[in-house]
Design a protein around this ligand. Structure first.
Ligand code: ACO
Length: 361
């Protein structure tokens, strides 16, 4: 059987998450996303995804301690980040820094602890390279702050506003895991050769970088900035569709209805951040764009994906566009590592076939 892009091919059994694209349902470990987001911290949901149950008080204490330790990057990783050119894209810096986690002490740890350490390290790596890239002094992690608040602190050097922490945390929880998406698949393929977690995550980051996967939010911001006011929506979108362009933030390989993450993100963030120009524009534009897509791409079932409202939210919490995909990766690190561990628990190397269609000479 030939399936271009492996469309509709089932390649793994998983107990981490399920996505029902027709109903628009996403579950982590069997629990609906709507029930996960309410009142939970990043740390608790990460534990839930890794272990299939929420942590006890003691387990949460241990996890927090390991996360705090993981924020202290090894010296050689710090040196590598500081040696990178300021204009190197942040995703490239992340891929480079994470790939340096192959040292003996790291590899000697159980893979579950490696997962925690990489999850803790990634925001520190992102913030350090970002601060270097804007020629600002590096902000050291604050052990008193949560994973989310500490990330905002290290980016700006300012105590983050509670609404911003809450909005960002909601986004991180919603995007931690999403089944066998391209980057997770890349990570599973890598570790299926009995390579290591570092290499699996390096593969995943390289895959996340592309505009058809994790690179969409900055495309959405460009679109909203081009639109500026609701009167311009029709002309701009029609122009793009006539030119055969894709509208960033719309369409999904699995969802053929509204992406549930998009709905939660829109509702939660309107509640949290109140009235905001970018959220207002995104909400108005969504309806008109969907109707234009129905006209120009009938039957393709194109709705907003998570990146659409993510972009509006990031904009409203003043996150610069170059940090959108890195921030998505900070969330997805939990899913990537959970999948890598699952792959090793019942491993078969991935080796699909290809059909030769060239000339025979
Ligand atoms: N704008 C316009 N047309 C679109 C869009 C879009 N955003 N998405 C799909 N289509 C059209 C295609 O042109 C194609 O039309 P055709 O039948 O006339 O050739 C049809 O819908 C099917 O397209 P495919 O590429 O086969 O659909 P697929 O399910 O493989 O693509 C994808 C999914 C890559 C996300 C696509 O919808 C897209 O490119 N969207 C824009 C980029 C984006 O928002 N990416 C973020 C995805 S979410 C995430 O990664 C977390």
């Amino acid at each position: 059987m030939f399936a271009k892009g492996l469309k509709d091919v089932v390649a793994v059994h998983t107990t981490i998450a399920s996505v029902d694209g027709e109903k628009g349902e996403l579950r982590y470990r069997g629990t609906l996303l709507e029930d996960i987001v309410e009142g939970k911290t990043f740390e608790e949901v990460a534990y839930y995804l890794w272990n299939g149950q929420y942590p006890s008080e003691n387990e949460l204490h241990n996890l927090n301690e390991k996360l705090r330790q993981g924020r202290l990057l090894p010296n050689h990783v710090v040196s590598i980040i500081d040696a990178l050119p300021a204009n190197l894209p942040i995703m490239d810096a992340m891929r480079t820094a994470i790939s340096a986690y192959g040292h003996t002490e790291f590899k000697a740890k159980p893979i579950e602890d490696q997962a925690i350490e990489l999850t803790a390290a990634l925001p520190v790596i992102v913030a350090r390279h970002y601060r270097n890239s804007i020629f600002a002094h590096v902000i050291q992690p604050d052990p008193e702050l949560s994973h989310t608040a500490n990330y905002l602190w290290m980016l700006t050097g300012n105590r983050p506003e509670e609404v911003h922490v809450e909005a960002l945390k909601t986004y991180l929880l919603l995007t931690m895991e999403h089944g066998l998406n391209a980057s997770t698949f890349a990570g599973r393929v890598t570790i299926s050769t009995e390579s290591d977690l570092t290499s699996a995550i390096t593969s995943a980051i390289g895959t996340m970088k592309g505009p058809l996967h994790g690179g969409a939010p900055s495309g959405v911001i460009d679109l909203l900035e081009e639109i500026q006011t609701p009167e311009n929506i029709r002309a701009i979108i029609e122009g793009k569709l006539k030119d055969g362009e894709r509208i960033m933030g719309f369409g999904h390989r699995v969802y053929k209805t509204e992406d549930p993450r998009s709905i939660i993100l829109r509702d939660t963030c309107i509640k949290l951040t109140g009235k905001d120009h970018w959220l207002d524009l995104a909400t108005v534009a969504e309806k008109e764009i969907i109707s234009l897509l129905e006209t120009y791409k009938p039957g393709r079932k194109l709705y907003t994906n998570v990146e659409y409202y993510a972009a509006a939210i990031m904009r409203s919490i003043d996150m610069p566009p170059e940090l959108f995909t890195p921030t998505f990766s900070i969330a997805r690190m939990v899913g990537w590592t959970a999948h890598a561990i699952e792959q090793l628990s019942d491993n078969t190397i991935f080796r699909p076939q290809s059909i030769y269609v060239g000339a025979k000479k």
